[in-house]
Design a protein around this ligand. Sequence first.
Ligand code: DMJ
Length: 655
Amino acid sequence: PAVRIFCLKAVESRHCQTKRYCKGLPGVSASGMGLRLSQKFVFLIFLSGLVTLCFGALFFLPDSVRLKRIFLSKTETQPVTVGSGSGSENDAREHLKRPKEQDHPRAMTSTKGDTSTKLKSLSRKPAVSREATEERLAGGRAQEDLTLSRSKTESATVPDSDANWDTFSYDKFRRCLLKPPLGRDGGRPSDPKTTERRDKVKEMMKFAWDNYKRYAWGKNELRPLTRNGHIGNIGASIIDSLDTLYIMGLMDEYNDAKQWVQSSLDLNSNGEASLFEVNIRYVGGLLSAYYLTGEELFKTKAVELGEKLLPAFNTPTGIPRGVINLGSGTSWSWGWASAGSSILAEFGTLHLEFVHLTELSSNPIYTEKVMNIRKLLNKIEKPHGLYPNFLSPVSGNWVQHHVSIGGLGDSFYEYLIKSYLMSDKTDDDAKMMYYSALEAIEANLVQKSPGGLTYMAEWRGGILDHKMGHLACFSGGMIGIGADDGAPEKRQHYLDLAAEITHTCHESYTRSATKLGPEAFRFDSGAEATATRLSDRYYILRPEVIESYMYMWRLTHDPKYREWGWEAVEALEEHCRVESGFSGIRDVYTMTVSHDNMQQSFFLSETLKYLYLLFSDDDLLPLEDWVFNTEAHPLPIIRKSCLQDEATQDKTVSE
Ligand code: DMJ
């Protein structure tokens, strides 16, 4: 990234100047021969001043980690090599999740390495039907407990206190669920109209998948107009689709995806990857595939990948940097993030997956890493109780006072309440942090427009920007699922707030010609839930509005949410479906649409999954048992007490 190159050059040139200066002061010989005493004295003072200056520069320049690591201990700043290898705001948010090809020519490219060789040697399993998997698991076939070997990184950083680590048993986990994950009959709704709508969504998924498979297999996304693949060969769309295909019962497609993971997923890529993206999409996708199917392959891959993310945490504060080279373990901050800062929505969106990595590997390091982030955020002073979007991983201080529930901030808040829910409501710190953040958000950001629409504004050092991003529309669902655990006198209020925000986001759709919502809409200069800038008019198949419909449907069973979801299906079909897949559109306000030639992988993992759930019975992935990560990959609630009881029972039986 530009900033990194710039820093390097600056440092180098400072360094060169120093050398030149020290070695070649005109008229001064190295020995000082021929100089008078006073001249020598002046020269000495000058020299010591210069040395002080050099050291000052090393330690006080912003984010001088590259230099510091020459002097400080390895563990503090030096990137660690792991594995077996030797050794937009709205737009910005998307930009950071998937580095643009031109910015990062090597982005997400793969190079074969030891890990992939090792993974390829995993035994191939025959294709299975979902029914067979379910039956096998329901029959309680004892699965081998896994004892995953600990990595070099882990053994270097974790003390020996782990001698009594337990191992994870898939059977025990299944017995601790309150309901079967796929419900009765795969969550098939009882009325014909909803069944028909659900079938339509399934057909959309199959269409999107078939075209991806035909034209872009193994690439990250399909470009449906040019019928080719977009950026990189690490199959983002495949990983993102695993659980969606499985819950929809598209078993041939699921088996193809699984086969690809087994034979071709290369975790040793030397490309630059977003820590956030690898976590939510790959770790999250593999974890959910494992929990749903019991296929050990997914667990092994998820843990191997989690291990490769650990070097990004080797900063003075333990706040990870945003970009990592999975092959070498080197990490750095996004070039565009001010003063080498890390992004709240990135380092704050690791908790769910990392806790599950500890659960599966019995290695506490993952939980320790995210708890450390939590601790720092809890302790640090917050302007008006709000969490700004940029934090320095070196000093642990906020870098700018920009607060947003949309891009750059969003999923941090989501992960607080979901951490609480996923802990079976035992994680009280997460609960406390979530509800205080929500209070601060209500006091400072929640606004009502002259037309009566409730929205979330953004905050820039105390000044409100009356704009709401499409990304911020997830907050309807978030506030909804958190309503029940708020203070008793606030519960109804939170549910109402969730409904109002979801309503506003629906308005942003209905007020456009295409009935799809813009990337950002405003509430100033006479605007009410409409985009006023050309650059905000696009829709890239995002899920957040539909996500909130799904949660609000589950929480209230108000039929309007299913109707709103259906409106979105019709609009997607009319404007985004092209001959070879689905594409985003450049302007939601014109009926002569211009397509952006991109079928985003989150369309498969989130948008279509949430639609399918919206038209399914509540017993398909029931909220009593599952939380969805920010890429809509379901992760189970961890019932510690049940798992322990189960463990005790198993032990007693074997004795
Ligand atoms: C998804 O990839 C995730 O939900 C992320 O947290 C933000 N939004 C995108 C899709 O819009």
